[in-house]
Design a binder for this molecule. Structure first.
Ligand SMILES: CNc1nc2c(CCc3ccc(C(F)(F)F)cc3)c3[nH]c(N)nc(=O)c3cc2[nH]1
Ligand SMILES: [Zn+2]
Length: 373
């Protein structure tokens, strides 16, 4: 048995016996202890962009088994504003979620959402996509905003290197991220049970990934994220990076693969040593009528379901499967009824959490989990 302890928050030390089976000796199961509760890993973190997991009550998110959700620095700093959320008691109180919260540092969202923006050594200057007013996000301001939001896990301010990038582009982008990581770490207010994760970059170049990891390990973060992936490179190239990148990071600290992914991506990444995941797929595709089931993805809008009196999955315990039929879900989604978005989202979040639970069990029993998906 390989003893792997995945904690990092000084609040508590917990030794996890994670049996690593032969084929994927890198897979590990563990528990992260935080001020707001435990996170069982491998973990899937639902995306809660604007202080809500869309179409879900927080207590409903909890019943799906989620230990932690994501919040968004970029959106919340524009509206209602980080200082206001702080004055109102922080994001946990504001959105009535008492478990762990991880907030992204905002740079990724600026690059994908705001129209006008300028990257300088200082940080990113941009115009709000809401009213065009001018904002600046820097390592210092991003870290302060995440503190004001009260996030359990704060992400360092990085630049997500676009794909494809030349070696030179990826090198200078990674070096900027390293300088910003140092400033983010200095600006972080360290408290028991709270943590800050560094984000490594370097695109698909292994020497840049190594340099990025070395720079960030020096800053002794509570955990590390692998950034710059799930940006269009495709699963094959992503796995090629994941064949070595997780091993560059400290074995006893959580590893978070940002923006991933579909069930098959998650399984492949867990097999390569990743502990934490986030993805909009279960929520966004649920609202668009896509349901993840053990039979594959069901596009509920397809007319073949309009008189299908069976549930999405007969043994699923979510409200959509317990109390409704595919015909009803087909109808709700077709006529754009809000309940349709709610039930589809609930089912998909349940599906992803069940997948993670089964992966954790298989790892703990030292069983191979290649075929689950
Ligand atoms: C989808 N692919 C992808 N997503 C990526 C993300 C965003 C992750 C995220 C975090 C919070 C939210 C919130 F809506 F819940 F807030 C939504 C999404 C990245 N984020 C940073 N900082 N560096 C990266 O290098 C990076 C790479 C990423 N690839
Ligand atoms: Zn269900």
């Amino acid at each position: 048995e390989k003893e792997v302890s995945i904690t990092k928050f000084p609040a508590d030390e917990r030794k996890i016996i994670a049996k690593a089976h032969d084929k994927y000796k890198k897979a590990r199961a563990g528990i992260i202890n935080t001020r707001h509760g435990q996170i069982h890993t491998p973990a899937f973190m639902p995306v809660g962009t604007k202080g809500t997991v869309k179409a879900m009550l927080p207590e409903s998110v909890q019943t799906t088994g989620a230990d932690i959700i994501l919040g968004n620095t970029y959106h919340l700093m524009l509206q209602p504003g980080a200082k206001r959320v702080f004055k109102l008691g922080g994001l946990h109180k504001f959105m009535n979620w008492s478990k762990p919260l991880l907030t992204d540092s905002g740079g990724f969202q600026v690059m994908s959402l705001s129209k006008l923006r300028k990257i300088t050594e200082e940080g990113v200057i941009f115009n709000s996509h809401i009213d065009g007013s001018k904002f600046m996000l820097s390592p210092e301001s991003s870290t302060e905003i995440q503190y004001l939001l009260g996030s359990t896990i704060t992400m360092a301010f990085d630049e997500c290197t676009p794909y494809p990038s030349t070696y030179e582009q990826a090198k200078s982008s990674m070096e900027l991220t390293s300088r910003w990581a140092k400033r983010s770490r200095k600006a972080f207010y360290s408290r028991d049970g709270y943590g800050q994760f560094g984000i490594i970059q370097g695109s698909i170049y292994n020497d840049l990934r190594l340099k990025s990891a070395l720079d960030l390990i020096e800053l002794d973060f509570e955990g590390y994220a692998i950034g710059g992936l799930a940006v269009g490179e495709g699963q094959e190239l992503m796995f090629k990076v994941l064949d070595y990148a997780p091993d560059l990071l400290p074995i006893n600290k959580p590893r978070y693969l940002m923006g991933v992914g579909k069930p098959a991506d998650i399984i492949g990444a867990v097999q390569r040593g990743i502990d934490m995941f986030d993805c909009v797929i279960p929520t966004r595709s649920g609202r668009n009528g896509q349901a993840f089931t053990k039979y594959g993805v069901v596009n509920i809008r397809n007319s073949k379901y309009k008189e299908d009196n069976t549930p999405l999955e007969e043994d699923c315990l979510c409200p959509a499967c317990k109390n409704y039929t595919k015909a009803y879900l087909h109808y709700l989604v077709k006529v754009k009824e809000i309940l349709g978005a709610m039930l589809m989202t609930w089912h998909n979040l349940m599906y992803f959490q069940k997948l993670m639970l089964r992966i954790r069990e298989y790892i703990a029993q030292g069983k191979d989990f290649d075929f689950i998906s």
